[in-house]
Design a binder for this molecule. Structure first.
Ligand code: CP
Length: 303
């Protein structure tokens, strides 16, 4: 019996569910690295339905499925599918759920994944819905923090576009399940919307200079240019913050820097060589985490 059928929002999981997935992911790491073969999901098919660009989410789901012996079908170019002829999302989901055992959906509209779940015979995993949620990213972010720092009692700064970044919207809710102090650092126009702060404790607006010497995790996001209704508004904040190795001289020795990627210019490449940079490891951790999620929704049993 799975702990959850669909994974739409991080709020669908309680702390026990999250810790269960993180522990399960650890047991998949050597399979994720290709050191051990697995046929756990042999005969199962994952459908990747991506209505927005993606490198990490789509490819790491594909790698996760294939390394567990399953197969993958992809729909990424909408002009090559019947969406171009006017087929609705509901009909697309009804059809694809006849072909596949699980669907990962990325869509520009907030709420699209929840809507898809109402129309699907098979589990729907939200691979990002507009500026809404990105729960599998949150699980891999928590996994990275657990592996590279600690989940309990840390101080974390969420920095960048907090208004439109769905990775932040999901992560902040999950972090409050742990004993975490959260600093929010952003240009004024990109502050976290009030709705995401409801009921949250230990959250403070800050400036990076004031907290860089005390934080354990710095989670940076790019400005989500594609979500701005007006390009002029984007231009006003573009390039307004950047992490470089000079700034890190003030940081704690064991500070880790995370980023969901893609990066534009908000972390200088000189940071990549420092001990603080964990964003490429973070991208890898997406594979064992997504293996854990797939095995859970598909009731995979270690053979
Ligand atoms: N972090 C993330 O969602 O990356 P992609 O957009 O490349 O999937």
């Amino acid at each position: 019996m799975s702990r959850f059928k669909h994974l739409i929002s991080i709020d669908d999981l309680d702390k026990e569910d999250i810790l269960f997935i993180l522990k399960k992911a650890e047991s998949f790491e050597s399979i994720a690295r290709g050191e051990i073969n697995s046929k756990m999901l042999e005969g199962k098919i994952l459908a990747n339905l991506f209505f927005e660009p993606s490198t990490r989410t789509r490819m790491s789901f594909e790698v996760a499925m294939k390394r567990l012996g399953g197969d993958v079908i992809n729909m990424t170019a909408q002009e090559a599918s019947s969406i171009a002829k006017g087929e609705t999302l509901a009909d697309t989901i009804k059809v694809v759920s006849k072909y596949a055992d699980v669907i990962v959906l990325r869509h520009p509209l907030e709420g699209a994944a929840r809507f898809a779940a109402e129309n699907s015979e098979v589990p729907i995993i939200n691979g990002g819905d507009g500026a809404g949620q990105h729960p599998t990213q949150t699980l891999l972010d928590l996994y990275t923090i657990m592996k590279e720092s600690s989940l309990d009692g840390i101080k974390i700064a969420l920095m960048g576009d907090l208004k439109y970044s769905r990775t932040v919207h999901s992560l902040i809710r999950a972090l409050t399940l742990f004993n975490t102090k959260i600093y929010l650092i952003s240009p004024d126009t990109l502050r976290l919307p009030e709705e995401f702060l409801e009921g949250l404790k230990n959250v403070e607006i800050a400036e990076l200079d004031d907290v860089i010497n005390e934080i354990d995790v710095l989670y940076v996001t790019r400005i989500q240019k594609e979500r701005f209704p007006d390009e002029e508004e984007y231009k006003k904040v573009a390039g307004s913050y950047k992490i470089d190795s000079e700034l890190l001289k003030k940081a704690k020795e064991n500070l880790i820097i995370m980023h969901p990627l893609p990066r534009i210019d908000e972390i200088d490449v000189s940071v990549d060589k420092t001990r603080h940079a964990k964003y490429f490891d973070q991208a890898f951790y997406g594979v064992p985490i997504r293996m854990a999620i797939l095995s859970e929704v598909l009731n995979g049993v270690i053979a």
